[in-house]
Design a protein around this ligand. Structure first.
Ligand SMILES: [Zn+2]
Length: 305
């Protein structure tokens, strides 16, 4: 069975306070329909419904300080409690101590080793590759894991050919920020359809969404709300084209941030472990899952039982 992993950077389960938490203020009709009318808040988890399960997952892993992206993502990708091993939460990008774990094996390399297919569905712009090639830009944990598994990152040609998706789902960033006026753009629902089409081509696919962590650091309520209004429609488009029996969708994060805009720092909130799929697959995956460390083995078990 296949797995689609949608990674939302910096999204925790927060309090029901619309003054600080965009998830308390905004309506996400589609997601709320999956969660029995509940919003994506701490008080809504755990929840087990007809199509979705929501778990609160610990991202702190017994280590003092606020969880960070390099170690948090590396835990998701390796199943190792790296903050505990190196004695701190570290980020945003992996230092050599964190990179060592990722280079030693990760979800992507293990899936390939099992004879299955894997891809990171994000398309990266030319300036990203220029930055990496010139040494000015370090890989973050996810592309480091992908490339170390011998997989390519999708580029501009892949994006134009419809083999990969924009990091904002809809492609506005390619036309605006990146300066490609002829780049493909999608309506959010259509982007969700596209995500399903791409994910259906691999045993394991991964999509990285980072703007949520940015909105958290910028304490930008309006941007946060706009992002997740879009995401809700993307999700509906995805599920229109997704068969429960085909695979499991996992949506999770590395640490809290955007759910508390009273601070520009990360938070120690639990993060959502949102599972969408058949009841049997969700039950097996959710059993005794309470932190980020447990995700790695469970994904491998689904893809290569
Ligand atoms: Zn951050």
């Amino acid at each position: 069975m296949r797995v689609l992993f949608i990674f939302l950077d910096g999204v925790g389960l927060g309090v029901d306070d619309p003054n600080i938490n965009p998830f308390a203020r905004l309506e996400m009709p589609f997601l709320q329909s999956l969660l029995g009318g509940n919003k994506l808040l701490a008080k809504s988890a755990p929840y087990v419904g007809k199509h979705a399960t929501l778990l609160p997952l610990d991202a702190a892993l017994g280590v003092n300080g606020l969880p960070q992206s390099a170690t948090g993502q590396a835990v998701l990708l390796t199943g190792i409690n790296i903050p505990q091993e190196i004695g701190e939460h570290y980020g945003p990008k992996p230092n050599p101590a964190v990179a060592k774990y990722l280079l030693n094996g990760n979800l992507f390399s293990q899936v390939i080793k099992a004879g299955k297919t894997a891809a990171l569905l994000n398309a990266y712009p030319p300036r990203y590759f220029d930055g990496v090639d010139s040494g000015k830009r370090l890989y973050s944990a996810i592309p480091l894991a992908v490339t170390s598994a011998g997989l390519n990152l999708f580029d501009k040609d892949d994006y134009y050919a419809g083999r990969a998706l924009s990091a904002d789902f809809i492609g506005d960033g390619w036309r605006g920020m990146l300066g490609f006026p002829d780049a493909p753009v999608y309506e959010p629902h259509e982007a969700g359809n596209k995500l399903a089409e791409l994910a259906n081509q691999y045993d394991f696919s991964f999509f990285e969404y980072w703007a949520s962590d940015y909105a958290g650091h910028k304490q930008d309520m309006n941007w946060a709300i706009e992002q997740f209004k879009t995401f809700d429609v993307v999700l509906s488009g995805l599920l229109d084209q997704w068969d429960d029996e085909d695979g499991l969708i996992l949506i999770t994060s590395d640490h809290g941030n955007m759910e508390d805009l009273s601070t520009r720092r990360h938070t120690d909130a639990k993060v959502p472990g949102l599972l969408i799929g058949s009841s049997a697959a969700r039950t097996a995956f959710a059993s005794e899952l309470n932190d980020l460390q447990g995700i790695f083995q469970r994904i491998l078990k689904i893809i290569s039982p």
